[in-house]
Design a protein around this ligand. Structure first.
Ligand code: CTP
Ligand code: MG
Length: 267
């Protein structure tokens, strides 16, 4: 059994509005992607197993910059930085190609396939967002352990605390003049806000991506998380406890909160 991870860092960070792509924006003096990678690589499964291969997606014009931002972290781990695609889904697919996943069509990428596992002893692949730089090691370990315990697709989930209402207008539509009307209040007990890292057997993840490859470059049709692709193929997805420290940095406010949390953690 081996564990590989994909760290997505190819987004532009348009909502953060920084001059640099989001993954390269500093948090306490270090780029987000470096924080996220350090915590991933420090994680251990219950039996001590750690991530052996890390594939990081970078904006095409920042591959070398992302490589430099990871200097000194590898410590025996194989780290590969690849150019991402136009959507998160396309970026993960590009990383899986580097992992050498032979897609069902028979195409295959020369690469750094992480494993020579015996049959029946699957490789675990985590997919994690650099935009969640403070996701703790324990959470990473919990996800790996759940996959190894036989759950072939695992997401960390948090209870939803706000009251959620369904409205008749898409997100982003102007609501300043009360233009959106409430259709219903959604029962919250069965809702979870999901995070990363998400964990999969290599087989389940590459099959889900291969099935959705036609939509990977289309912002409107691409999936915003990998478990969503598994759901589309009819596969079961399981939830483990999430962690509030795995919150995603989307806006400048999120970055400011992460700065405070990190200061607290180091105090
Ligand atoms: N991501 C990626 N490739 C893309 C788009 C996103 O690898 N084409 C990654 C981001 O780098 C991030 C994660 O997916 O780590 C989650 O995406 P999001 O938070 O939306 O980041 P951005 O797309 O960079 O931000 P924005 O949507 O505000 O532009
Ligand atoms: Mg985005």
């Amino acid at each position: 059994m081996s564990v590989a991870a994909v760290l997505t860092a190819a987004g532009s960070g348009s909502r953060l509005g920084h001059a640099l792509p989001k993954a390269l924006v500093p948090l306490a003096g270090e780029p987000l992607v470096r924080h996220a990678a350090r915590r991933l690589l420090a994680a251990r499964a219950a039996d001590g197993q750690r991530i052996e291969t890390l594939v990081v997606t970078a904006p095409a014009d920042h591959v070398a910059h992302v490589e430099r931002s990871l200097t000194g972290l590898a410590d025996g781990v194989r780290v590969v930085v690849v150019a991402g695609g136009p959507t998160r889904q396309a970026s993960v697919a590009a990383a899986l190609a580097v992992l050498g996943a032979p897609v069902p069509s028979g195409a295959s990428a020369a690469g750094v396939r992480p494993t020579d596992d015996a049959p029946g002893d699957p490789t675990v692949v985590l997919v994690h967002d650099a935009a969640r730089p403070l996701a703790p090691e324990e959470l990473v370990g919990r996800v790996i352990d759940a996959v190894r315990a036989g759950r072939s697709a695992v997401v960390p989930g948090m209870p939803v605390t706000d009251t959620i209402k369904q409205v008749d207008a898409p997100q982003g539509a102007a609501e300043g003049l009360a233009a959106a009307r409430v259709l219903a209040t959604v029962a919250r007990e069965q809702l979870r806000a999901v995070q990363t890292p998400q964990g999969f057997t290599f087989d389940v993840l590459r099959t889900a991506h291969a099935a959705a490859a036609a939509h990977a470059h289309d912002e409107a049709l691409a999936a915003s998380d990998d478990a969503g692709l598994v759901e589309r193929t009819g596969g079961a997805v399981w939830v483990v406890d999430g962690d509030e420290r795995a919150a995603k940095i989307t806006t400048p406010r999120d970055l400011a909160i992460a700065e405070l949390l990190l200061r607290d953690e180091r105090a």
